[in-house]
Design a protein around this ligand. Structure first.
Ligand SMILES: [Zn+2]
Length: 323
C-alpha cells in the first residue's frame, strides 16, 4: 500500500482528488467502506507528508503571471504593486517551499487569493495565506463546503471545516471582476462540473485562463459526485473552455502539465466524450459497473492517459456513475 502510493506520489505530485484512485490501484478492487475510510485517512496523511518535502517548480508565463507546480493543484501567481494575487493555495504543509517560490517572484506581499473550487489540494493553504495578508475570494459553494464537515462519499471520508481565517470572505454566485496590477481578472462560475463550486479565472490582457479541475492535462480526471460533479458537467465545462479560448490562449489546468493550450484541451474534451459514449452504451446494454470496467471502454486512450493515479478502471467507474 505505502510503496505503491509512494511511487505514485513521488512521480507527479498528488492531490485529494487522487486518493480514491490510489486506494483503488493499490488494492486492485474496491475497498469496503470501512477499509476505504482507513485507507483514505492514511492517504491524506501521506499526501501531506509528501507535500511537505516536494519541491515547487515555477513556470514564468507572460504579463507578470507565473504558475507554481508541486503542491496539489497548479497555482497561478500575478505579481505587481497591488500585491501578489494567487489562484489556488496548494497544501498547507508546502508553506516553506511556496513562501520561497513567491519571494523569488518579488517582494510584494500576497494580498488576494482566489480558490477555483473547494478541494483540499487547492484550498488547504488558505489559512496560512490569509494570515500572510490574503483576502480570499471564491464561488459561494466553495465557502459552504469549506465551512462545514464535507463528506466525500467515494472515500467514505469526512473533511473538517477550515479554520475561520481560511474561509473565503468574499463570494459570488455567477461572476466577479477585479482590476489588480493593471490586469482585468474575470471569475466565472461553470455550474456543476468537477464539483458544484468550480470557477475559471481569466486574465484578459495576458490571454491566460486558469480553468481549475475542469481540465486535467494528459491524464484522466477525478470527478466529485458527492459535491455535484458529473461526467456531463465536465464535458459542458470543457465546451465552455473551448468557446472562450483561442490558439494563443495559455490554459492552466488544475492538474497535469501546467502550461497548456487549446489543442490539448480539445483532446481532453474529445476523450471525455468518446469514453462517455462507450460507457453509456455498455450501461444501456445492462452491464454492471464491474462488467463495464472489464470491457475496457477506455482502452484506446490508456497508454497515454492512464498513467496517473486516476487509472482506467477508476475513471470508468466515475463515468458509469453519471450516464
Ligand atoms: Zn478537485
Amino acid at each position: 500500500m505505502k510503496s505503491s502510493s509512494g511511487t505514485l506520489l513521488s512521480r507527479r505530485g498528488f492531490c485529494l482528488c487522487c486518493v480514491g484512485g490510489a486506494a483503488f490501484a493499490a488494492t486492485s478492487g474496491w475497498l469496503t467502506p470501512r477499509e476505504a475510510f482507513a485507507e483514505a485517512r492514511g492517504l491524506v496523511s501521506l499526501i501531506k507528508d509528501s507535500a511537505a518535502v516536494s519541491p515547487i517548480v515555477t513556470h514564468g508565463l507572460r504579463n507578470n503571471i507565473s504558475v507554481l507546480e508541486g503542491s496539489g493543484g497548479n497555482i497561478a501567481v500575478l505579481t505587481g504593486p497591488d500585491g501578489k494575487v494567487l489562484i489556488d493555495a496548494g497544501i498547507g504543509v508546502s508553506r516553506p517551499q511556496i513562501t520561497k517560490a513567491l519571494a523569488d517572484l518579488g517582494a510584494d506581499p500576497v494580498t488576494h487569493l482566489i480558490n477555483t473550487h473547494w478541494h483540499f489540494d487547492h484550498a488547504d493553504g488558505n489559512d496560512w495565506l490569509h494570515s500572510a495578508g490574503a483576502k480570499i475570494i471564491a464561488q459561494e459553494n466553495t465557502r459552504k463546503h469549506l465551512s462545514g464537515i464535507q463528506r466525500v462519499e467515494d472515500w467514505d471520508y469526512n473533511f473538517l471545516p477550515l479554520p475561520s481565517g481560511g474561509i473565503p470572505s468574499e463570494v459570488f454566485a455567477a461572476e466577479h471582476h477585479l482590476k489588480l496590477n493593471s490586469a482585468s481578472i474575470g471569475l466565472k462560475y461553470y455550474g456543476p462540473a468537477h464539483t458544484d463550486s468550480d470557477i475559471s479565472v481569466t486574465f484578459a490582457e495576458a490571454n491566460i485562463v486558469h480553468v481549475g479541475d475542469t481540465f486535467w492535462n494528459g491524464i484522466y480526471p477525478f470527478i466529485d459526485y458527492s459535491t455535484g460533479g458529473s461526467i456531463d458537467g465536465m464535458i459542458a465545462a470543457s465546451d465552455v473552455n473551448l468557446a472562450v479560448t483561442t490558439n494563443e490562449t495559455i490554459i492552466i489546468p488544475g492538474h497535469g502539465k501546467p502550461v497548456s493550450n487549446k489543442a490539448e484541451l480539445k483532446e481532453f474534451r474529445d476523450r471525455l466524450v468518446a469514453i462517455r459514449d462507450n460507457v453509456a452504451t455498455l450501461k444501456k446494454q445492462g452491464r454492471s459497473r464491474d462488467e463495464a470496467v472489464a470491457a475496457k471502454p477506455t482502452a484506446a486512450f490508456d497508454a497515454k492517459w492512464g498513467q496517473f493515479v486516476i487509472d482506467p478502471g477508476f475513471f470508468t467507474r466515475l463515468v458509469y456513475e453519471g450516464v
